[in-house]
Design a protein around this ligand. Structure first.
Ligand code: UD1
Length: 421
């Protein structure tokens, strides 16, 4: 199994190009099911999760030509509507095919994703909303079986909780439904916005894009014809490289980034003493002389993203003073705490809050990645730790970071991928 070996203590510098957003690309790939004609996607990140979802489309009978950042997908010939456990268990986001498969074919079977390292992560809100749209849903043998032989009907959906994937699934289902669907308490993440824009550009009337109230007029079963879609920059990858600059005390320039999408991370890094130059799609971080502690609470967009919580915790280990980090979205998203403490961090957990006391130094050790973003926090910590850190189980990182070690090496880090235990 591959691992990353990092010798800490190097200053970084130079420019890094940000890839397309995994979390935007996944729902957009799922949305291609709403079409029976070829669709081209560009600026895809070269990560495992994207390949997994494209493989699922292939298993359903779709034709996929994929070349790193570009995919041509033709779902005209789909001849199966079953998303098997083998794929869904590898990647929870496969549940995003539920809405579009049901909307286009009137039936589908999608394996239940089950729990994951960061918590229970149920899909009850997705299912309740589809039922409100007239779907008959049954859970049997580990699969969600959904049917709507006469097609889905527009409905008023009020999400009890803001859900990114739930909003995406229902937007896709509503696009082909009969009549109008209103979604209240919808997610407003940039990834949801890009999905809505793609569907709007295919001729569906969608009002309220980027707000918590969406109104979608369905086509009544007519498949959509999409224009080419260029995936938006990955705001979490961008935030992670800003944290790399902050923790190593280095000036780094990010290119192909949307500063508007990472406002929450920039604000918090400013409060920690960093400063920024923003020009077009480029951002340069200037590090703090001494890192100040930070208080942050994860919330839905435009608040501070849960997907940046672990990376900020890594930076906070180097602050002068105590930081408080509260996780509000996922109940078990602190698996990185014990691993950071193995590197010499001083972090105490109480319920959903972590108190991080800054330390003078971290020391290299063997650590284990537990989920995607926790893994990048360990890499960040390793960049400043004295000596050698081996980060194991990096298949988590490969799911969502495009060439992390290549990009960090180019910035001057001493990081290599090794194979072995
Ligand atoms: C997406 C992102 C993930 C990010 C998360 C929150 C993708 C592929 N993944 O995940 O990186 O961390 O948003 O920003 O885009 N919930 C329910 N019932 C449901 C659905 C969700 O209780 O039916 C709960 C979840 O357990 C969680 C909260 O709602 O506590 C938010 O989850 P949600 O926004 O749905 O996250 P994902 O779409 O899975």
């Amino acid at each position: 199994m591959d691992y990353l070996q990092i010798n800490g203590g190097r200053k970084l510098g130079g420019t890094v190009t940000i890839s397309g957003a995994k979390n935007a690309a996944l729902p957009i790939i799922a949305a291609t099911i709403l079409s029976d004609r070829p669709v081209t996607l560009t600026n895809l990140p070269n990560v495992v999760d994207i390949r997994t979802l494209l493989k699922l489309l292939g298993m359903l009978g779709g034709e996929v030509a994929h070349d790193n950042t570009r995919a041509e997908i033709n779902n005209g010939a789909i001849n199966s509507t079953k998303a098997v456990y083998e794929i869904v268990s590898q990647m929870r986001a496969s549940i995003l095919v539920l809405g579009p498969l049901l909307a286009r074919f009137g039936e589908c079977e999608v394996s239940l994703p089950g729990g994951c390292a960061i918590g229970q992560r149920p899909i009850d809100l997705h299912l309740k909303a589809l039922e409100a749209m007239g779907a008959h849903i049954e859970i049997k043998g580990g699969y969600v079986r959904a049917e709507a032989p006469e097609g889905l009907k527009g409905a008023k959906i009020i999400f009890d909780k803001i859900t990114v994937g739930g909003t995406e699934n229902i937007v896709m289902a509503a696009a082909l439904a009969h009549g109008t669907t209103t979604i209240l308490n919808a997610a407003k993440e940039p990834e949801v916005v890009q999905l809505c824009e793609m569907i709007r550009d295919a001729g569906v009337t969608i009002e309220g894009i980027g707000t918590s109230e969406l109104r979608i007029e369905g086509t009544g079963g007519e498949p959509l014809h999409f224009k080419e879609v260029e995936i938006i920059p990955d705001r979490i990858e961008a935030g992670t490289y800003l944290c790399a600059g902050a923790i190593t005390g280095s000036s780094i320039t990010l290119e192909k980034v949307d500063a508007g999408h990472i406002r929450a991370s920039i604000d918090k890094l400013e409060s920690m003493g960093c400063s920024f130059d923003i020009e077009g799609d480029k951002i340069t971080i200037h590090p703090a002389e001494t890192i100040r502690p930070v208080n942050l609470i994860t919330t839905e967009y435009p608040g501070f993203p849960t997907d940046m919580q672990a990376q900020f915790m890594a930076v906070a280990t180097m602050a002068e003073g105590e930081s408080l980090i509260e996780e509000r979205l996922f109940e078990n998203r602190f698996m990185h705490v014990s691993e950071l403490n193995r590197l010499g961090a001083d972090i105490w957990l109480k319920g959903s809050t972590a108190a991080v006391k800054g330390v003078d130094k971290l020391y290299g050790a063997d650590v284990m990645a537990t989920d995607l973003r926790a893994s990048s926090a360990l890499v960040l910590a390793a960049l400043v730790a004295e000596g050698t850190t081996n980060v194991r189980r990096i298949y988590h990182l490969d799911r969502g970071y495009d060439d992390l070690e290549g990009k960090l090496s180019k910035l001057g880090a001493d990081i290599v991928r090794k194979s072995g235990k």
